[in-house]
Design a protein around this ligand. Structure first.
Ligand code: UT7
Length: 333
């Protein structure tokens, strides 16, 4: 549980950015041995968005998402004390994209760093930002979750290429006079013993023994889909249960469960097991696929823009992904 402070943390602004190209199941049928019917039945996805590399990238999506969140908060980039950018697909590891994003928006002397927690990136970043603001050292922090998974997807691998899309999402978190608002409870967890179930080999030596005889494209994700699936189904349930138990909130008292859009079957399994009503679990995977670090942020942005999250509401964010990692964040908005 979050230690009490005499001020709180509010979500001052939310934004997202989607790339221009639409990649439908029909398009994928022309690229790999798959079908619209199989993809829809096994994942719930109809289409996803991917960047046009001529004018879009992880960087432009992250920059635009942050700009939209700042506009939503009626703040300028110079109002930020810190920017945390979570991504598995930054163009370069040096400089951190966070620094370039600030510079592109007109600010060059603010704290900025990149972090990687795969699909949990934004939830990890929100938890870190809330804790830093509550420490009293920072007042206003930008957090971004953004991924361009199309750049690290092998479009000849039908077990994986059908899942992923590109997107960026951002929030501006700010110190608030009301001590009751902000993150009430958070978890940041991982099990590195299971890293081989979802990994990105860069060099030959990164490929584990069991995967050596398979056709590997260096620089592209590898996933043991079923293992990740089983992990996700049980972790989703455990993580949401844990969040409810720790905070004493009931399902009725939570206005939205903002879930990582990994696979519709994974979300449906959690909904069924926990008895979560349909209207409290927003789904957009059918339109944009699994967008990794951006996923929960785009869901939240859609809810925010639709007026489905109001001040005083309780919201549970939950994600899992490569690492393996999993995380939760329970907020009073
Ligand atoms: O976001 C981070 C983490 N990632 C995830 O959460 C992903 C978790 N995993 C999944 O979502 C699912 O495991 C997948 C969507 C990746 C795969 O679905 P599945 O129901 O687990 O399929 P499967 O791997 O068990 O394969 C079942 C069959 C196999 O054929 P046989 O051996 O039964 O003849 C596959 O070869 O489906 C075949 N298959 C496909 N067929 C048509 C696998 N991919 C495809 C495809 N189109 N795209």
């Amino acid at each position: 549980m979050t230690e009490p402070t005499d001020f709180g943390v509010r979500i001052a602004g939310v934004g997202s950015a989607l790339p221009s190209r639409v990649l439908t199941n029909a398009d994928l049928e022309k690229m790999v041995d798959t079908s619209d019917e199989w993809i829809l039945k096994r994942t719930g996805i109809r289409e996803r968005r991917v960047v046009d590399p001529d004018h879009e990238s992880e960087f432009t999506l992250a920059r635009d998402a942050l700009k939209n969140a700042l506009d939503d908060a009626s703040l300028k980039v110079g109002d930020l004390d810190l920017l945390i950018h979570a991504s598995t697909t930054s163009e370069m590891t040096c400089p951190p994209n966070a620094c370039r994003i600030l510079a592109a928006l007109g600010e060059t002397e603010t704290g900025a760093f990149d972090m990687i927690a795969a699909c949990c990136g934004l939830v990890y970043a929100m938890n870190i930002a809330d804790s830093l603001i509550r420490s009293g050292r920072f007042r206003t922090i930008g957090v971004i979750g953004c991924d361009e998974l199309s750049r690290i997807t092998d479009y000849e691998d039908r077990s994986l290429s059908i899942l992923f899309g590109d997107a960026g999402a951002a929030m501006v978190l700010a110190r608030d006079d009301d001590p009751s608002v902000g993150c009430m409870y958070q978890t940041v967890s991982s099990d590195g013993g299971r890293w081989e179930t979802l990994y990105l080999p860069v060099q030959e030596r990164d490929v584990p023994e069991w995967d050596r005889d398979n056709p590997i494209r260096l620089g592209c994700l590898r996933m043991s889909g079923q293992e990740v699936f089983k992990f996700a189904v049980s972790k989703f349930r455990e993580t949401i249960n844990d969040a409810l138990e720790a905070t004493g909130l009931t399902v009725d008292q939570v206005s939205q469960f903002v879930c990582h859009q990994s696979n519709l079957r994974i979300i449906d399994a959690a909904k069924q097991k926990l008895g979560l009503p349909k209207e409290k679990v927003h789904v957009n995977i059918d339109r944009i696929g699994n967008t990794s670090a951006a996923s929960v942020g785009v869901v939240f942005d859609e809810l925010w823009k639709a007026g489905k999250v109001k001040r005083g509401d309780h919201v549970v964010f939950v994600a899992f992904g490569g690492g393996l990692t999993w995380a939760s964040s329970v907020w009073k908005i």
